[in-house]
Design a protein around this ligand. Structure first.
Ligand SMILES: Cc1cc2nc3c(=O)[nH]c(=O)nc-3n(C[C@H](O)[C@H](O)[C@H](O)COP(=O)(O)OP(=O)(O)OC[C@H]3O[C@@H](n4cnc5c(N)ncnc54)[C@H](O)[C@@H]3O)c2cc1C
Length: 548
């Protein structure tokens, strides 16, 4: 059974605002700054469940893609994005991304973000898999996300707290408040340690913007931080919002293997390391990518991830190695200082030894379905960043398009809100019962998702995952704390993801079916999932016309 509402206790405090933004990554903070610009007198409340810079944004390494270099055009960026998306991108959304992208990066620079530059002055642009041009701007070598986060949070701090802008950390959004006719009217928050606002409270707002990031924590191996539990997606679905493309999860082929029982965020070894000549080898030193793809170690991410998983299955080992010793100490320090430091912090020195690596969940292409201005199917509810499915990524994200998507679509939400906020309305009292999954289900849930709904998928494996999830869902919990809410959210998302992955009997983009190895034209479309009174419902929507 799927709970439609999680709010158990009666809210102990109440707050009125105009716009509530949930999440403080690139998407959430950009939304706040852009809405302030569009509506200078509007009251904005930003709620985030940990400290401000906790989220995927600060961990982004490679960079941010935009047609900024000589000879590059938004049209070329569009073509590369459509190719990566394997036939199901929304071309209008991609066009918005690539057209607005250069300006959005420029505004970030004007805000104070410092990107790496050539000695002669222009931005230093690199290339990543799938891009036919050098168009990835980066900062601090491989610390792009940290610099973007720093610049955005500095601008937020400069805006200062006032009657028009309030920021609450350690505030976990639980559920959407809705009017009797289903419109978003605010959010319930569980705040830890905020004095008078400690505990569960209600924020009434005219518009709600979800910028809560991805759900990598649904898997046992992930590059995402612990806050990536898909809360925004789950609460939107419980409120009746449509979700799309949940089966398309991008796995990064190379994260640092930290041992058999590692959990949570695992350090990423960027594909730029392979771009600089590092190669994948097995325990005997054999290069196993040779002959598997014309580009060998630089094959697309999903091809490399799949090859590694096969290697692990046939060899019975739990990791392979990435050998970048040829780079030498100077190049490692200059080009990959963050990766070098995080490997060394875990006792591995890439200068002198191969790095143990495994594939891990990295990025979610699907999410809450939105239009070109972040509107969801629930009036008054908006979403941007990784939690949203704007249609930009289709079946597979082109590298470095996600930070850009967060910027561009946050700004587009501000444009929509700037044209007029929805009228204020009281939320309807909610009598539906709360039902939470026991936090003890987390480990088994992550293990079964990695084993049966991860890189390699098949009908029998996915059916096994669905049965396992149904059983874990029976483990009720009557203590409504943050852990229980987050595990309940992960359980809903895992169930929806598995149902879509089982239904999609083909291989497309990042969705690989061992039992349906080809891409099937009849499956060129989207699975739209939502929660109704009787549980999950799924509708298939073919893509009409456009590129195949
Ligand atoms: C290791 C790594 C490397 C990456 N490298 C790149 C790259 O080079 N280029 C690129 O384009 N992309 C990259 N990505 C992807 C990119 O970083 C993310 O897609 C992007 O930063 C997402 O931004 P966001 O604002 O949507 O979410 P996040 O940055 O994840 O922020 C989500 C926010 O929501 C908050 N939150 C979550 N749930 C709740 C709740 N219930 N209540 C209140 N607050 C909540 C979190 O605390 C956080 O503040 C990388 C990702 C990772 C993990």
């Amino acid at each position: 059974m799927i709970a439609r509402r999680l709010l158990a206790p009666t809210p102990g405090w109440r707050r009125e605002t105009d716009v509530v933004v949930v999440g403080s990554g690139v998407a959430g903070v950009t939304t706040v700054l852009a809405v302030r610009h569009a509506l200078p007198t509007a009251r904005i409340l930003l709620a985030t469940k940990s400290v401000l810079d906790d989220g995927s944004t600060r961990w982004a390494q490679g960079g941010i893609a935009a047609a900024l270099g000589p000879g590059d055009t938004p049209e070329q960026h569009l073509q590369d994005t459509l190719t990566a998306g394997a036939g199901i991108c929304d071309e209008r959304a991609v066009r918005a991304l690539v057209t607005d992208g250069p300006g959005a990066v420029q505004r970030l620079i004007e805000l104070g973000a410092s990107f790496d530059r050539e000695p002669s002055g222009p931005l230093s642009l690199t290339r990543e898999g799938g891009h036919l041009r050098r168009r990835i701007a980066h900062a601090g070598g491989d610390a792009t996300g940290a610099e973007i986060s720093r610049a955005l949070l500095a601008a937020l701090a400069e805006a200062g707290q006032s009657a028009e802008l309030e920021v609450i950390e350690h505030a976990l959004a639980i559920d959407l408040l809705q009017t009797a006719d289903g419109r978003a009217a605010g959010i319930t928050l569980h705040v830890l340690g905020e004095g008078q606002r400690d505990g569960v409270g209600a924020v009434h707002a005219r518009a709600v913007v979800l910028a809560t990031g991805g759900f990598g924590q649904v898997y046992s191996a992930t590059t995402n931080p612990p806050v990536s539990t898909g809360d925004g997606l789950a609460l939107a679905m419980r409120a009746g919002a449509e979700a799309a493309d949940l089966e398309f999860v991008q796995f990064h082929p190379t994260v640092l293997w930290l041992g058999p029982s590692s959990r949570g965020r695992q350090p990423l070894i960027s594909e730029a390391v392979r771009g600089e000549g590092a190669v994948l080898i097995d325990a005997a030193g054999r290069r196993f990518m040779t002959g598997q793809h014309p580009l060998a170690d630089l094959a697309p991410r999903d091809v490399v991830a799949k090859a590694i998983m096969r290697e692990l299955l046939t060899s019975g080992t739990d990791h392979v190695y990435l050998d970048g010793r040829h780079l030498g100490p100077a190049e490692w320090t200059r080009r990959f200082p963050t990766i070098l430091a995080s490997c060394r912090a875990h006792g591995i020195d890439p200068v002198t030894e191969p790095i143990p690596v495994v594939p891990a969940a990295h990025y979610v292409s699907g999410g809450i379905r939105t239009d070109l201005h972040g509107r969801t199917s629930v009036p008054g509810l908006y979403a941007c960043g990784e939690v949203a499915c704007t249609g930009v990524h289709g079946a597979n994200r082109l590298a470095s398009n996600s930070l850009l998507e967060g910027l561009v679509f946050a700004e587009r939400i501000a444009v929509a809100l700037g044209r007029g906020l929805p009228p204020a309305a009281d939320p309807a009292p909610d009598a539906r019962p709360a039902r939470l999954v026991d936090p003890a289900a987390l480990g088994p849930l992550q293990q079964l998702m990695t084993a049966d709904a991860g890189v390699l998928r098949s009908g029998p494996g996915l059916a096994r995952a669905a049965a396992g999830l149904a059983e874990l869902g029976l483990q009720d919990c009557d203590k409504p704390d943050a852990d229980a809410w987050q595990v309940t959210n992960l359980h809903l998302i895992a169930t929806a993801l598995v149902s879509s992955a089982l239904a999609r009997e083909e291989t497309r983009g990042s969705h690989w079916r061992e039992d349906f190895a080809s891409t099937v034209d009849a499956w060129r479309g989207h699975l739209i999932v939502s929660v109704g009174q009787s549980g999950l419902t799924s509708v298939y929507e073919p893509v009409l016309g456009g590129q195949s």
